[in-house]
Ligand binder design. Structure first.
Ligand SMILES: NC(=O)c1ccc[n+]([C@@H]2O[C@H](COP(=O)([O-])OP(=O)(O)OC[C@H]3O[C@@H](n4cnc5c(N)ncnc54)[C@H](OP(=O)(O)O)[C@@H]3O)[C@@H](O)[C@H]2O)c1
Length: 334
């Protein structure tokens, strides 16, 4: 099956009002799929309204009955929706129970395949070197990492028990127009002259341009070899933080870097970690600081070999493609 075979196929898409989901809706619809775009608040999907092949339907993934009814008549499901922050209890409800409802809805509709969007977060912060899909997941005590890992288990359990073909993709840090975390926030940091960052930025970062993630979603949805498999989806080889943030600095017209000493951060991070834990949102800050300076690559050999997928957008091109949106946001002036 190739991309054009999605033409006329009905695809239920969760998370359509978000960054990745919005891009996925537009690209799938452009390939002729009939996209049923799920939105908790349909007014947030205004940018999708009046586009050909996209129907916005109201619904919440925590509502099992609603997920059953919106899945009816669909050929495929792409499950993008998730909570990226909040307490463990909240993220369990959204990411684990929500995924259960999506899978059960898909099972009752008898869809041909579900693609579940997971994350490299499932591996946790501690591995070094080359990381492949068969590594044991060590999400630690960070709610997002834990619940994304548990969501994968739910996909496998229900997929196997109800005979729903599924595929899982694990993106790195997704950037591109409409990305708050890896475009807007990083650009705000990068345009500071000099740009402050922990250390010399020689540790590795794991960006992936949004269109490359969508092309993997399409491959996972349509390629026969994708069924029952999980795929890393990240820059391979990984660039350095200096190259990533420096690319945005260049867009802002400078290349000045301020290396902040790592040692004081290591001293105060356990205190900040305690405060976050008291708020019910534990993080592993010392491990996260080490993660920033680590040399690791989430290898994408499996997707290259099984699906014929590879990232097409270089870091330089991807950052350039963010420029018009950053201008629109009033962040980039030249
Ligand atoms: N961004 C990254 O760098 C990154 C990296 C790796 C993996 N991922 C994964 O990629 C996916 C999308 O991330 P994103 O960056 O696009 O996040 P996002 O912009 O925050 O989008 C999340 C989407 O999920 C929807 N959603 C959340 N809870 C819901 C619920 N209970 N019912 C229905 N919809 C719900 C949100 O709806 P509202 O608009 O109503 O809030 C929004 O449309 C997630 O699964 C995330 O774990 C992201």
């Amino acid at each position: 099956m190739n991309n054009s075979d999605l033409s006329g196929q009905r695809v239920l898409l969760t998370g359509a009002t978000g960054f990745l989901g919005g891009a996925t809706a537009v690209i799938l619809a452009g390939q002729g799929a009939q996209v049923r775009a799920l939105a908790r608040r349909p007014e947030k999907g205004v940018f999708l309204k009046s586009r050909e092949n996209i129907e916005i339907v109201q619904g919440d993934i925590t509502d099992a009955e609603r997920m059953r009814s919106v899945s009816e008549g669909c050929d495929y499901v792409v499950h993008v929706a998730a909570a990226l922050g909040g307490t463990l209890k909240y993220q369990e409800r959204m990411n684990v129970e929500g995924t259960r409802n999506v899978m059960l809805g898909a099972a009752s509709a008898g869809v041909k395949r579900v693609v579940h969007v997971s994350s490299i977060a499932v591996y946790g912060y501690h591995y070094e070197g080359d990381i492949t899909e068969d590594f044991i997941q060590k999400p630690g005590r960070v709610p997002y990492n834990i619940t994304k890992s548990q969501a994968e288990m739910v996909v496998r359990e229900i997929g196997t028990a109800h005979d729903v073909p599924y595929s899982i993709i694990r993106p790195g840090m997704i950037y591109g127009p409409r990305s708050n975390a890896w475009t807007k926030t990083i650009f705000r940091l990068a345009r500071l002259r000099p740009t402050p960052f922990l250390g010399d930025g020689s540790g590795f970062v794991h960006p992936i341009y949004v269109d490359d993630v969508v092309s993997m979603i399409v491959a996972a949805l349509t390629h026969p070899m994708a069924v029952g498999e999980a795929f890393n989806c990240s820059a391979d080889p990984a660039p350095t933080w200096r190259a990533f943030i420096g690319g945005y600095s260049q867009l802002a017209g400078h290349s000045r870097w301020l290396a902040l000493p790592v040692f004081p951060m290591k001293i105060i991070s356990p205190l900040i970690e305690t405060l976050l834990t008291l708020r019910g949102e534990p993080q592993e800050l010392p491990a996260l600081i080490t993660f920033l300076s680590a040399h690791k690559t989430y290898r994408t050999t499996k997707a290259q070999e099984l699906l014929g997928w590879s990232a097409q957008v270089s870091l330089q091109t991807g950052i350039q493609r963010c420029a018009p949106w950053l201008r629109e946001q009033g962040l980039l002036h030249e």
